[in-house]
Write a protein that binds this ligand. Structure first.
Ligand SMILES: [Cu+2]
Length: 119
């Protein structure tokens, strides 16, 4: 090693250790702050999704539950998710791994629309 390279190594090592500690620390903090993934619920009732727009963190699971007395579906406009026909009190869940805006509708009644915002 040249004199210059030795100094680079001497200076770089504590920086790398600090970076590693930072990463280890931050992942531990994340684990403590979010012991389980976030969840949100959307009720389907009277031909509407409520709340119509639900905002969740990345990784959250949204569960739709049909409280109406007729069947509905939950279908992503962009083809990201698609439920089967949900009868009264049946549920559909989807976990959002990526940030974005996910509009959806009921394929039986396309005027029923909603939106999930993942951030
Ligand atoms: Cu419907």
């Amino acid at each position: 090693m040249t004199q210059k390279n030795v100094w680079v190594a001497v200076l770089a090592t504590p920086v790398m250790i600090a970076v590693l500690l930072l990463f280890a620390g931050s992942s531990r903090v994340t684990a403590n702050d979010q012991p389980s993934a976030a969840t949100a619920e959307v009720k389907i009732d009277n031909f509407s999704f409520g709340p119509q727009t639900v905002t969740v963190p990345v990784g959250a699971t949204v569960t739709w539950i049909n409280r109406d007395d007729i069947p509905h579906t939950v279908v992503s406009t962009d083809g990201v998710f698609k439920s089967k026909v949900r009868d009264t009190d049946e549920k559909f869940s989807y976990t959002f791994a990526k940030a974005g805006t996910y509009p959806y509708f009921c394929s039986v009644h396309p005027k029923m629309t909603g939106k999930v915002v993942v951030q």
